[in-house]
Design a protein around this ligand. Structure first.
Ligand SMILES: [Zn+2]
Length: 425
């Protein structure tokens, strides 16, 4: 065990707390993408002082990017004394809106009872701060380390990551030979390693009809009734099938260890917003439904889509005047990093040293920026590991435990030691 390294992390506890609180004080709320530039510059300035080369990359043209709300990302790199692999810590700097129900100011960085409170404390400014402290402690105790360390603070994870990791990955920031191992300190709990996520298919289904006066519906064709037939078929034929599909992926919570589909929204008939309070007088000629289908490593996306389009095609054959369109909104394949991948083994060693037990290996029910690292960067040695309790993310009075941050910073520091120096001692 590298006592000096662990003590160097512990000695920085106050700094870790202060850094977390400082990061929370930037109200990087997304949407719209507030305060990205000052937050990225703050992080960059700190790393520059440590000797990192820093770059600020704005994702011009990304969704939401404007001069008022620029999508600014920071990437910092420190090259060691000799060649070797590069370990990259990636954190998103954006947070979701505070919402109601807070008993503390969500952007004040309040510290009390061994916790730091604030929007983003858990998801994921506490994880970002822990990774910075882990890196600082490692660099101080092993100044001659080989290889390179990178830390990035990126935009827009909460809205899909297009102005953040996806943009950088397209530019080669998440590919070999620049980067070899990626750790994303998302709040998955300090003793768990998140290997990936289920797949996603979002689509919009539209049924068509024909407009007519509401008093004579027989003169038109009701698109909402057609959608009713779609929903009924989903209930009878699709949901029971999905519910029976279990995966070997260790998804948490356990309910997500099977295929799921959410009906996100349904819109039919004349829009109500231009005549608030007044009902639509017509037979609706269009009805749109958005589905969010989450699928498993054992399923392929063609089959996933075929289950839905099969039902729609059957309705088209059997139901009078039924017509539809379907549009893909998003698709992400399921991902699971192997347990014997170098980054998994290195962080597992850290967890065993700090907690004296084997880590839990989990899969996230939803996606996060790892999807872009894999899909666009073609880099598969990537995990999510960080402090913070997943259930607290996005909720009022979000907090991160100080002891949890210190322990997970120790795990990250040991992981770095294993990946760069090949040793825990
Ligand atoms: Zn997050």
């Amino acid at each position: 065990m590298d006592e000096r390294l662990l003590k160097a992390v512990e000695d920085r506890t106050d700094d870790l707390v202060a850094l977390t609180a400082d990061l929370i004080r930037f109200p990087t709320v997304n949407p719209p993408g507030e305060a990205y530039r000052p937050c990225a510059e703050f992080l960059g300035a700190r790393l520059k002082k440590l000797g990192f080369e820093t770059e600020f990359i704005r994702a011009e043209g990304a969704p939401g990017d404007s001069d008022r709300y620029p999508r600014v990302n920071v990437v910092a790199r420190f090259d060691g004394r000799s060649p070797g692999p590069c370990v990259h810590f990636n954190s998103h700097i954006d947070v979701v809106e505070a919402g109601d129900g807070w008993t503390v100011d969500p952007f004040a960085g309040v510290v009390k009872d061994g916790r730091v409170y604030g929007r983003g404390a858990c998801d994921m400014k506490g994880g970002l701060a822990a990774s910075v402290i882990a890196v600082e402690a490692f660099m101080r105790t092993h100044p001659d380390f080989p290889g390179a360390i990178e830390i990035s603070g990126t935009a827009d994870e909460e809205s899909g990551g297009f102005g953040g990791v996806a943009h950088l990955a397209r530019l080669g920031y998440f590919s070999k030979p620049k980067v070899d191992h990626v750790i994303i300190p998302e709040p998955l709990n300090k003793d768990r390693i998140c290997l990936g996520h289920r797949g996603v298919w979002w689509a919009e289904i539209e049924t068509k009809g024909e407009i007519a006066h509401g008093s004579m519906p027989f003169l038109g064709d009701n698109a909402v009734r057609h959608m009713g037939a779609v929903l009924q078929a989903f209930e009878e034929e699709l949901f029971p099938v999905l519910d029976r599909k279990m995966t070997r992926m260790p998804v948490v919570p356990e309910g997500a260890r099977r295929s799921t589909m959410n009906i996100n929204s349904i819109h039919g008939g004349q829009t109500e917003d231009f005549r608030p309070g007044l009902p639509s007088p017509n037979v609706p000629d269009s009805c749109r439904l958005t589905i969010d289908r989450r699928f498993l490593l054992e399923e392929d996306i063609a089959t996933v889509k075929g289950e839905v389009t099969g039902i729609l095609e059957r309705l088209k054959r059997e139901r009078r005047k039924f017509d539809y369109e379907i549009r893909d909104l998003m698709e992400v394949l399921p991902l699971m990093t192997e347990r014997d991948a170098p980054v998994v083994k290195a962080v597992a060693k850290g967890i065993m040293e700090v907690f004296d037990r084997e880590p839990d290996y989990v899969i996230s029910p939803g996606t996060y920026d790892q999807k872009h690292v894999a899909r666009l960067g073609h880099l598969y040695d990537c995990i999510a590991y960080g402090p913070g309790i997943l259930d607290l993310a996005h909720r009022p009075d979000e907090w991160v435990g100080i002891a949890d941050m210190v322990e997970s910073a120790k795990v990250m520091a040991i992981g770095l030691n294993v990946l760069l120096r090949g040793t825990t001692g």
